[in-house]
Ligand binder design. Structure first.
Ligand code: NAP
Length: 299
């Protein structure tokens, strides 16, 4: 059997159409255009491509986006001052700091300056904590995109064995927490896990986010498992591949995401969803504040 492909591009296109409609409605009904501020420090070429893609995606659905490009010589305090300014700007619904930052920066301090209600990347401690106890304002985009893909394919995770390979703060850990929130039984593996295959063969749902080409081969996958390959690796030949040996794994899995064209398009799309949700929340809060003021005026 060959696995069914989960077409992330098609799912992302459908989600973006919904985004377009929501932005139109916000403009029409509340006079609000969602706004995203993207901060980039230095000139890392990969980061420049990611930032450009995010801004194009915003434009595509009608979100206003602005890029703040700071030179490599900028200090951590320069970035924090900029965030403080954007924090106070009512036209900015989302603030995103493109990672990686220069090595000597204290990333937690920089990300912690973004207020939770504008943290559309979902990296603020409040948003991360919300994944544990509930109440997350913005789920981090990549795992959120994976959950949306599963939902779109009608794949329930309730009571199923989910194995996440990779335990980073931005992908693996929030992925595991989201799967747990949706009542999967979750195992998390990382670089020091002994005998990775003993875990992966138990997975009904296997999410791989390690950044190692060919880490997962066919025999490591349970028959009919759902395999989500988050990895993006550029081979010396220039080819872009995931973390799975696609050919071997797709012979055993029931569903698989391709690389490229699987999780990648969903990550940017969920950033749009978070930014629109932020704008909608702020508009609702402004309306509520306006209504209570006029009630007070009537007393
Ligand atoms: P990261 O910060 O480097 O984390 C990698 C994680 O994988 C770590 O937890 C590491 O373990 C674990 N790991 C590394 N080698 C392993 C091995 N041989 N066996 C088991 N676990 C191993 O990377 P990341 O930011 O999470 O990204 C992971 C991959 O996803 C990368 O390829 C990245 O490009 C891709 N990515 C894709 C998207 C998308 O939209 N598709 C978004 C974000 C990231 P330790 O914790 O023990 O070091």
């Amino acid at each position: 059997m060959t696995a069914r492909l989960i077409d992330g591009k098609a799912v992302a296109a459908a989600e973006r159409q919904k985004c377009r409609e929501r932005v139109e409605a916000l403009k029409r009904e509340q006079g609000v255009t969602p706004g995203l501020a993207v901060i980039m420090v230095g000139s890392n070429p990969a980061s420049a491509v990611y930032v450009r893609n995010k801004m194009r995606a915003c434009e595509d659905v009608g979100i206003r986006s602005e890029r703040f490009l700071l030179p490599e010589t900028s200090t951590e305090d320069d970035v924090i001052r900029l965030i403080e300014r954007l924090k106070a700007d009512p036209d900015v619904d989302g603030i995103l700091v493109q990672l990686p930052l220069p090595k000597h920066y204290n990333i937690e301090r920089v990300l912690g300056t973004i207020p939770a209600e504008k943290d559309v990347d979902g990296f603020h401690l409040y948003n991360v904590g919300g994944l544990v106890v509930g109440g997350t304002v913005f789920p981090p985009c990549t795992p959120y995109g994976v959950m949306r893909l599963l939902e779109h394919e009608g794949i329930s995770v309730i009571g199923r064995n989910a194995v996440v390979v990779g335990a980073s703060n931005i992908v693996g850990k929030p992925m595991a927490l989201m799967l747990m929130q949706h009542e999967a039984t979750v195992s998390v593996c990382h670089a020091k896990t002994r005998d990775l295959a003993q875990y992966t063969v138990l997975a009904d749902i296997l999410v791989v986010a390690a950044g190692c080409p060919n880490l997962i081969t066919g025999p490591m996958v349970r028959k009919d498992a759902v395999v989500i390959d988050v990895g993006i690796n550029r081979l010396p030949s220039g080819e872009l591949v995931g973390d799975c040996d696609f050919e071997g794994v797709s012979k055993r899995a029931s569903f698989i995401t391709p690389v490229p064209g699987g999780v990648g398009p969903m990550t940017v799309t969920m950033l749009l969803v978070n930014t629109i949700n932020s704008a909608a929340r702020s508009a609702a809060a402004r309306d509520a504040a306006g209504a209570s003021k006029s009630l007070l005026g009537a007393v």
